[in-house]
Design a protein around this ligand. Structure first.
Ligand SMILES: [Zn+2]
Length: 289
């Protein structure tokens, strides 16, 4: 009897305060944005002119026009181009295989600063995940065991690890996003393996197990992208907010929104709510007994 712990993806597609205009535009408006500077300058000019008793109506009209011609109507379908110059971008290189995910995880932990509470958790997750890879227990789901909503799964018996599986669509995610963001799922599934061997994973308390894995995944996102700019860039360029030639298939966009939710709930210290929102349920009966 094996039990699968799956990483649900589709359930989160509609989520995310993180995807709402509020938190998104907060990061997309940069101080250096020429568009914002332009609007601020023109607004200041208009204010001065209104306060000046010598300005005539024609001058005010001209100034007002200059301000408003650059601001799209609320109902307009035009989306102003946001300048993404200077944003940190994700490392989009991919090895196109599961080795690349673990290699990237290792590099990430070597190159970046890993905050103290996460250090042991992250390194242990890497060691257990990499042991799975070396034992050839980490692979793409060539037998289509996973549904499209399942991006990854950790399969186990009561006392041994069976497999870490990645949805075949993971290859597309790797190709479009690179191994750095794709490794988030490897981190999650490796964390399950770690927790299983450390006695913190059981088939009854599914939600507790997921919360631990999402915590580790959250740390990964913060380690490789402390400011969140890489994720914002990816969502605005490759993901659901992208409109140009770099826009990736919807599945990739959903994955990015999923990562944004993890960051968002993690920042609030409330990953338990994310686990609930994604629909994970505890079991009433232990399938091993
Ligand atoms: Zn999981």
């Amino acid at each position: 009897m094996t039990v699968g712990l799956t990483l649900l993806l589709a359930a989160c597609a509609g989520l995310s305060r993180a995807a709402s205009a509020g938190s998104f535009s907060a990061s997309s408006v940069e101080e250096s944005s020429p568009r914002v500077e332009y609007i601020e300058d023109k607004a200041a000019e208009l204010k001065d002119a209104v306060a000046n008793p010598t300005s005539d109506a024609q001058q005010l009209h001209a100034l007002a026009q200059r301000l408003f011609e650059r601001i799209p109507e609320k109902t307009s379908s035009d989306i102003p181009a946001v300048s993404l110059r200077g944003w940190e971008k994700p490392e989009r290189r991919s090895e196109g295989n599961v080795d690349g995910l673990m290699q990237k995880m290792r590099e990430g932990l070597e190159i970046h600063e890993v905050p103290a509470p996460a250090q042991t958790q992250m390194i242990d997750a890497y060691l257990y995940g990499d042991a799975m890879r070396r034992d050839r227990l980490m692979r793409y789901d060539e037998d289509d065991k996973l549904t499209p909503a399942q991006i990854g799964a950790y399969e186990y018996t009561e006392d041994s690890a069976v497999a870490i599986l990645y949805n075949k669509a993971m290859r597309i995610i790797q190709r479009f996003l690179g191994d750095e963001f794709a490794a988030s799922t490897a981190v999650h599934e490796s964390a399950h393996t770690r927790d299983h061997y450390q006695g913190k994973l059981n088939p009854i308390e599914v939600k507790k197990g997921e919360k631990l894995a999402f915590e580790t995944e959250y740390w990964w996102l913060k380690i490789v992208d402390p400011s969140g700019e890489k994720l914002c860039w990816a969502r605005a360029t490759l993901g659901k907010f992208g409109a140009g030639r770099l826009k990736a298939p919807d599945y990739v966009g959903d994955y990015l929104e999923h990562l944004a939710s993890i960051r968002d709930y993690g920042d609030k210290g409330d990953l338990a709510s994310l686990v609930d929102k994604l629909g994970y349920q505890d079991r009433k009966v232990n399938p091993f007994h």
